[in-house]
Design a protein. Structure first.
Lengths: 114, 116
């Protein structure tokens, strides 16, 4: 069985500061990893994904994430955040096992302060 | 053009009523999903359809019945609504994971259901 743990439920940060949102997962098979962002009163949209290849993946809006297989982590980073980055961020893991299933983490609320 | 659309955006109803939420995608995807997001933002898969066939049916009360009249539509009908059904329901779509390397899902704007 797979699970996704987002270690921080809320992350407050000042504008232009760096941020890291942490995600760990557990799975016994190969996985595909995603970060989605949800702005208030909207649906989720894809920030970035890791399917294979380079473990450092870059996404939209200046975000990047690094896949670490030994630590089963996929942390999301941005070197300098903006007020507009305030949103809920979801880590998701997909795998084949009795069909193709995707499990989402509980979400991390990023709150950027002026 | 909206890629994944849902109607209605808001739905307020009383316990015991029956209601439906409609979802349409114009991305040409084969696979569609329904998710429930609770008040703590936790997102849980309810159903998954591929080419109008039910693929995933998680532990959901049988009061919830999805219907896919064609590949572009996946509707959700809920009978005998209960207070605990209050949540935001998201429809999503993707290419068929079995035949595509594009696994990301595209989400609709959500339907906020309030049961009083």
């Amino acid at each position: 069985a797979q699970s996704v743990t987002q270690l921080d439920s809320q992350v407050p940060v000042f504008e232009e500061a760096p941020v890291e949102l942490r995600c760990n997962y557990s799975s016994s098979v190969s996985v595909y990893l995603f970060w989605y962002v949800q702005y208030p009163n909207q649906g989720l949209q894809l920030l970035l994904k890791y399917l294979s290849g380079s473990t450092l993946v870059k996404g939209i809006n200046g975000f990047e994430a690094e896949f670490n297989k030994s630590q089963t982590s996929f942390h999301l980073r941005k070197p300098s955040v903006h007020i507009s980055d305030t949103a809920e961020y979801f880590c998701a893991v997909s795998e084949w096992g009795g069909g193709f299933k995707t499990i989402f983490g509980a979400g991390t609320r990023l709150f950027v302060k002026a | 053009d909206t890629a994944v659309s849902q109607t209605p955006k808001y739905l307020v109803t009383q316990m015991g009523n029956d209601k439906s939420i409609k979802c349409e995608q114009n991305l040409g995807h084969d696979t569609m999903y329904w998710y429930k997001q609770d008040s703590k933002k936790f997102l849980k898969i309810m159903f998954s359809y591929n080419n109008k066939e039910l693929i995933i049916n998680e532990t959901v009360p049988n009061r919830f019945s999805p219907k896919s009249p064609d590949k572009a539509h996946l509707n959700l009908h809920i009978n005998s609504l209960e207070l605990g059904d209050s949540a935001v329901y998201f429809c999503a779509s993707s290419q068929d994971p079995a035949s595509s390397q594009e696994y990301e899902q595209y989400f609709g704007p959500g339907t906020r259901l309030t049961v009083t």
